[in-house]
Design a protein around this ligand. Structure first.
Ligand SMILES: Cc1cc2nc3c(=O)[nH]c(=O)nc-3n(C[C@H](O)[C@H](O)[C@H](O)COP(=O)(O)OP(=O)(O)OC[C@H]3O[C@@H](n4cnc5c(N)ncnc54)[C@H](O)[C@@H]3O)c2cc1C
Length: 399
């Protein structure tokens, strides 16, 4: 197996690792990506791309395949299970701020597939699969990665720099000893997909809807072929009980009563709200889920990770060309602040609005959302934040 010396090593071929790889290649820097799996995951995870993320991917030349295979959604809604529509947000207001004033509903595996094809066609890119990064160490000159190969042997890679984009359980993060403080949300999230056409059955339904209810909030997200429905579930139940077809049917009938639903995919997963204490550890940099986790309400996890990858790659390219490595500290200061103050704060607020059981507080949340969309300036400011454009504009204020 080739050794990676004069190239940047990336652990993890998820959306964040692969976007970092494409960004570095665009800067003329060779990369080697080490991926534990035999193939890239094609399960249903994130499915929303926010406007500035599409702008970034477009600049990297990997947006076309996604846009063609996704659904453009200029509108998204807060609804209430009993009252119906509460507020519809219009990303068309962002037309002067982005080349893509819509949320693109498209499965994340279509991005990894597109980025992988880019790597395959590039002479300076290497993607090694079935190699599990186990430990990392470093000295003044570079980083050493020890990884387990398919046959159980140990492979050693050295490089000037390493990006840890190896997901929530990041071996890179653990090996550096960086803490990952935060909390685990009590409820388990149940994600179901169905071919049922909710857009034909519920009048005025936007393609992205967050539906509040004191008993059981839920989310409806349209993807090119399916609708996804996300519910919170009782954490005292086993996975088997949560995924039991009869229980699932009860959840689905409560959304819209009718004929039994066809379920194409079902997953139950625990959700964490965590941010790593450090994103930069000498010559090792964390990005994406390896650095931060949050609930999916608002669709900001993968998007924030992609924004990390772009920010990190731009600065790392300057360091590669001779800038002081201290520049990487700004990556951490900028992106960690966004993870805490924008992504985590907004995702927690979205959850609070959806699950509020106090009638007065619910009414107050709903009145505030209605007042926001009724006022053009407040509406604009809201979609600047929810689309994550504002968090990128605010980066300049961080030294
Ligand atoms: C079941 C599920 C459902 C989700 N649903 C949503 C959703 O609805 N909305 C939303 O916004 N987000 C959702 N997410 C989160 C979203 O998928 C992540 O934010 C996104 O994938 C982060 O990308 P990443 O590249 O940082 O990490 P990942 O996508 O996790 O990629 C990490 C990669 O690293 C590889 N890897 C791991 N360990 C090693 C190792 N030791 N050595 C080498 N390679 C390694 C993995 O195989 C993987 O390919 C969901 C996540 C899960 C797990």
């Amino acid at each position: 197996m080739p050794k990676a010396n004069e190239r940047i090593l990336i652990a993890g071929a998820g959306p964040v690792g692969l976007v970092a790889a494409v960004s570095l290649l665009e800067e003329g820097i060779p990369v080697t990506v080490l991926e534990a799996s035999a193939d890239l995951a094609i399960d249903l995870r994130a499915s929303t791309f926010h406007p500035p993320t599409i702008d970034f991917l477009d600049r990297l030349g990997i947006a076309d395949g996604l846009i063609e295979r996704g659904i453009k959604c200029p509108l998204w809604q807060f609804r209430d299970r009993t009252e119906g529509e509460v507020a519809t947000f219009d990303l068309g207001l962002l037309a002067a701020e982005t080349n893509h004033p819509y949320r693109l509903q498209c499965e994340q595996w279509k991005l990894t597939e597109t980025a992988r094809a880019r790597l395959a066609a590039h002479p300076d890119a290497e993607l090694i699969t079935e190699i599990v990064v186990e430990t990392v160490s470093q000295d003044a000159d570079g980083v050493t990665v020890r990884a387990r190969s398919e046959d159980g042997g140990t492979e050693v890679f050295t490089a000037p720099f390493l990006i840890g984009a190896d997901g929530a359980r990041s071996a890179v993060r653990k090996s550096t000893g960086v803490d990952f403080p935060g909390l685990t949300i009590p409820e388990i999230f149940l994600s179901l997909s169905t071919p049922f056409p909710y857009h034909e059955a519920i009048e005025g339904l936007a393609d992205i809807c967050y539906i509040s209810d004191p008993e059981e909030w839920f989310v409806l997200l349209r993807t090119p072929t399916l609708w996804r429905v996300l519910f919170p579930t009782d954490p005292t139940l086993s996975d088997e009980e949560i995924l039991d077809p009869a229980r699932i049917e009860t959840h689905m009938q409560a959304v819209l009563p009718g004929a039994p639903y066809e379920i194409a995919h079902k997953t139950a997963y625990r959700v964490h709200e965590r941010v790593a204490d450090a994103y930069v550890h000498g010559r090792i940099f964390l990005a994406g889920d390896a650095a931060h986790l949050n609930n999916p309400l608002g669709g900001m996890g993968m998007n924030g990770g992609i924004h990390d990858a772009v920010n990190l790659s731009e600065k790392l390219a300057q360091v590669w060309r001779g800038a002081d490595i201290d520049l990487m500290g700004r990556y951490e200061r900028q992106r960690r602040k966004v993870a805490i103050e924008t992504v985590q704060a907004q995702a927690l607020r979205n959850r609070a609005i959806l699950k509020e059981s106090d009638p007065d507080k619910r009414r107050a949340y709903h009145d505030e959302l209605r007042a926001t969309v009724a006022d053009r300036d407040r509406h604009f400011a809201y979609v600047m934040r929810s689309s994550m454009i504002q968090s990128l504009r605010d980066l300049e204020k961080v030294a």
